[in-house]
Design a protein around this ligand. Structure first.
Ligand code: NAP
Length: 253
């Protein structure tokens, strides 16, 4: 078990990629801190993590609220005394356009959740990551590589594109302190992301056919395995990198 005695925070662990990531780190013996707003879903994930032997610290919190983010770090330090890995995974998909003005109603929520909260959590976790010579993994999106053909995704793409630059910049700033920072950019993954969105998938995609070169959609475990590798000692030489794991989505769109 490669993460025994490591303290790992996973935001957005109540479903999808975050859930898969929490379960994998639990299997590897980590002391886990799992974050989400949905108590029912997060409780189920906590119970599944505990089956691997350790009870995770479950924190119901909205990462976009500054006081709640501070409380995440405080509770983690109170319980475990350190932070080794911060996985900034919590995120939302909101769709809107310029032409009908709907982009304005989704922009603040998207930026606050997908970008500002990551900047804030990174800031307040950094003193502890410097102490542990730990690392950060940000979950971005293949949709953040460039503006997509479907205009509804513009604001979402902007949050993820900025997150990519943020990851590079923090990697530069923290490298002298021995802290690594990497980004993962998944393509389509089975999760609750559309269920939690403001528009249904069929409505949002009705004029667009999206393909992956491999003609498949990833399971959360696939993203979790990459996160596990990047967070571990075998990735000692990797920082400032951004890994596409998209079944060839970017090649085709
Ligand atoms: N699925 C995909 O196809 C795909 C592709 C590329 C990138 N991604 C990215 O992967 C990440 C995970 O998404 P997912 O696909 O696994 O979707 P998901 O199943 O909807 O999971 C999103 C998670 O984020 C949490 N979350 C959202 N806003 C939050 C907030 N303000 N405070 C705390 N937790 C919050 C949700 O928890 P609560 O609802 O309990 O708050 C949930 O656990 C996101 O950053 C997303 O942009 C997903």
């Amino acid at each position: 078990m490669s993460f025994t005695n490591k303290v790992v925070i996973v935001t957005g662990a109540s479903s999808g990629i975050g859930e898969g990531t929490a379960l994998l780190f639990a299997k590897e013996g980590a002391n886990l801190v799992i974050i989400g707003r949905n108590d029912v879903k997060l409780t189920v994930v906590a119970a599944r993590c505990e089956e691997y032997g350790k009870k995770p610290l479950k924190i119901i919190a909205d990462v976009s609220k500054e006081d709640q983010a501070v409380s995440i770090i405080d509770q983690t330090i109170n319980k475990f005394g350190k932070i080794d890995v911060l996985i900034n995974n919590a995120g939302i998909l909101r769709l809107g356009k310029i032409i009908d003005g709907t982009i304005m109603s989704i922009y603040d929520d998207l930026m606050n959740t997908n970008l500002r909260s990551v900047i804030h959590l990174t800031t307040i976790a950094t003193p502890y990551l410097i102490k542990s010579k730990g690392n950060i993994i940000n979950i971005s999106s293949a949709g953040g590589v460039k503006a997509t053909r479907n205009p509804l995704f513009l604001a979402y793409a902007m949050t993820k594109n900025s997150l990519n630059i943020f990851g590079q910049g923090v990697a530069i700033e923290l490298a002298p302190y021995g802290v690594r920072v990497n980004t993962i950019s998944p393509g389509p993954v089975y999760s609750d992301v559309w269920k939690n969105s403001n528009i249904s998938q069929s409505e949002a995609m009705k004029d667009y056919e999206y393909k992956t070169a491999l003609n498949r959609i990833s399971k959360p475990e696939e993203i979790a395995n990459l996160a596990l590798y990047l967070a571990g000692d075998n990735a000692i030489g990797i920082t400032g990198s951004n890994y596409l794991i998209d079944n060839g989505f970017t090649l085709m769109n």
